[in-house]
Ligand binder design. Structure first.
Ligand code: ADP
Ligand code: MG
Length: 248
């Protein structure tokens, strides 16, 4: 589904992604772990090209991009819109639109980006809100919801676009501990249904249980990549051993 080769990204003189190659097959759930500043968020943002890589190749389903300066394969604005419409992303801070009700938050992108008729978008949104037990909050504004409820709405808002791939960037990090479980449970149920996912997380237990692969980022490189059982329990590198000691 996704093939990334020799992806590079710098901010000024700071080389944040050095040479990242990664393949993700349909149905895989890849957890990404690594110290703060190792480039995890930048990497996710390069996948949906919210951040423009400096070099490397990205193939996502039938889209093929070459980010080398001057390359013919650099994405056009229309190609970027098409790519982003098929990749859902949820961040650490629940980024719901505060001036819109829960329902409006969920129907906005399908209507505006995909031209889905309002009645159809509402029906889809109602089904998704039903699924997360928040159908009765459809008219509420985000500020009236708990952090866990907001984050679950943010996830179904992304799902309303019927994405082929979901990117999750530390979506439980800003939550009170008692609200983490409900968000992880929703992500686990998506994984079980076969959603292809890349998730940056510090929840090592969750990574172990839910992901099919774990990737360890270290200073802008993928230092380890394998089954969670091996990467998390039999880390090959000293640096991953140190990292796991800190987060476990
Ligand atoms: P992680 O998610 O693993 O904590 P990030 O991808 O957020 O790491 O950041 C990696 C490095 O890139 C950090 O040193 C960060 O300060 C830097 N960085 C990220 N985004 C920008 C930006 N827009 N401009 C300048 N530096 C950035
Ligand atoms: Mg980050």
């Amino acid at each position: 589904m996704l093939r990334i080769r020799e992806l590079r990204k710098s901010f000024g003189a700071h080389e944040v992604l050095k040479d990242i190659s990664l393949e993700v097959h349909a149905g895989e759930v890849v957890s990404i772990i690594g110290a703060s500043g190792s480039g995890k968020s930048t990497f996710l943002r390069c996948i949906n090209v919210m951040e423009m890589p400096d070099g490397g190749l990205l193939d996502f389903e039938d889209a093929h991009f070459d980010f080398a300066p001057g390359a013919r394969g650099r994405p056009t604005p229309a190609q970027l819109r098409a790519l982003r419409a098929r990749i859902g992303m949820v961040f650490q801070s629940y980024n719901l639109w505060p001036h819109m009700s829960v329902l409006e938050n969920v129907i906005e992108a399908p209507m505006r980006v995909k031209g889905v008729p309002r009645a159809e978008a509402v029906a889809l949104a109602e089904g998704l809100l039903e699924r997360i037990g928040l159908a009765d909050k459809r008219g509420a504004y985000p500020s009236r919801l708990s952090g866990g409820q907001q984050q679950r709405v943010a996830i179904v808002r992304a799902l309303a676009m019927k994405p082929r791939l979901m990117l999750f960037d530390e979506v439980t990090s800003a939550l009170d501990p008692e609200l983490v479980g409900e968000v992880l449970a929703l992500m686990a149920s998506l994984a079980k249904e076969g959603m292809t996912m890349l998730l940056v997380t510090h929840e090592i237990g969750f990574a172990r249980e839910v992901s099919t692969r774990t990737v360890f980022f270290d200073q802008g490189r993928i230092a380890e990549d394998g089954p969670p059982r091996e990467v998390l329990y039999r880390p090959a590198s000293e640096r991953l051993q140190q990292f796991l000691k800190r987060v476990l």
